[in-house]
Design a protein around this ligand. Structure first.
Ligand code: FDA
Length: 317
């Protein structure tokens, strides 16, 4: 219930205003977001690479409503990739980027899918120049089919273009089956969106069971599985399934979000596993932050306090 209420808050413009202007939210934003500028993103990526972690950078923003803004997001990614490359961080895919189709035009009223496809192709070309890859994030279920279609249409030119599958969705096991046999890079996550029961599992244990089934499909296939979870049980299952599938440590990776379970990220790296940290940056952090809070009820009190104006008397300097 709380999760549902919080996820509804992600689309409230009034709450967005209240939260993004409240100084109290800064500390929690800083925990999950690298900063607002490209320089912040490059700095944090460098720190993580120095600690032996791989990185995927996400320029925050979703539901872009006009073509000029969509093109600007694609240019921002190209600039980021250029700067990461200049800093020596992209070699061998050490730092890649994650892109949301709606941020580059998918929801435009006219030619949305075509615009998103062209912008993603530009980002893929910039990534190739930099020696690295792109992964397409998964958004709510209404965008999934189009996002997978875009990925499939670009793979003949950019074979390492990755995509995300959400275990929460009922369709995902079949998607994994298909993607695993096509050799694709696939990030498997639980799914962060509030979805209706017709298309999604709503009970936590059913989502976890679906995750384990999807994992088996991906590990048995010819592609490159990316195990995106902080859940200790699923991490253990992934380790076991990889072992039983005869998949060596360099043929899959674990992925976690910036600011979540950093000690576990280091522990896994210490075992010889590949671990990639998903690092968001940019000014448009509200939707991302609300999804992270919805996963962690302990953070909610902090969030709610930030919405209430400070009642203490203020001294005028
Ligand atoms: P779960 O939520 O059960 O958490 C397991 C444990 O992890 C918790 O008990 C806690 O210890 C810790 N934890 C989890 N979330 C936390 C938080 N916010 N703060 C503090 N601790 C926390 N989703 C999506 O819909 N589309 C996408 O494209 C992506 N992309 C993506 C990339 C990567 C690299 C990751 C790791 C995740 C995503 N996600 C995503 C988000 C994903 O769907 C899911 O919402 C979160 O990963 C939380 O689910 P867990 O699997 O971690 O399990």
């Amino acid at each position: 219930m709380l999760r549902r209420t919080l996820l509804a808050a992600a689309s409230s413009e009034r709450l967005r205003q209240a939260v993004t202007t409240a100084p109290q939210t800064r500390a929690i934003v800083d925990r999950y977001v690298a900063g607002e500028s490209t320089a912040d993103a490059v700095r944090v990526a460098g720190e993580l690479r120095a600690a032996g972690l791989l990185v995927s950078l996400d320029y925050l923003g979703e539901d872009t409503a006009d073509a000029a803004q969509a093109a600007e997001v694609a240019r921002a990614y190209a600039r980021l990739l250029g700067e990461l490359s200049a800093a020596g961080l992209t070699a061998g895919g050490g730092c890649e980027v994650s892109v949301k189709a709606t941020a580059v035009g998918l929801l435009l009223p006219e030619h949305g899918e075509k615009t998103a496809t062209e912008n993603i192709a530009r980002i893929c070309a910039a990534a190739r120049d930099a020696g690295t890859t792109v992964t397409l994030d998964a958004e709510d279920h209404t965008a999934v089919e189009a996002t997978l279609r875009i990925a499939a249409s670009l793979r003949p030119d950019f074979s390492d273009l990755g995509c995300v599958v959400q275990a929460r969705l009922r369709r995902s096991e079949a998607d994994c089956e298909q993607l695993a046999s096509s050799g694709a890079r696939v990030r498997l996550c639980k799914g962060a969106y509030d979805e209706p029961a017709e298309v999604a599992f709503t009970r936590r244990q059913d989502v976890d069971l679906s995750y384990a089934r999807c994992l088996r499909r991906l590990m048995a296939g010819t592609g490159y599985p990316m195990v995106a979870t902080h859940d200790p049980r699923l991490i253990d299952i992934a380790t076991t399934v990889a072992l039983m599938s005869g998949r060596p440590a360099d043929r899959f990776e674990y992925q976690m979000l910036y600011g979540i379970r950093p000690a576990e990220q280091q522990r896994l790296t210490g075992t010889g596993a590949q671990v990639r940290v998903y690092v968001p940056y940019g000014r448009d952090w509200y939707g991302y932050l609300v999804r992270r809070l919805a996963e962690r009820p302990g953070n909610v009190a902090f969030f709610l306090r930030s919405l209430v104006p400070d009642q203490r008397p203020r001294r005028v300097p």
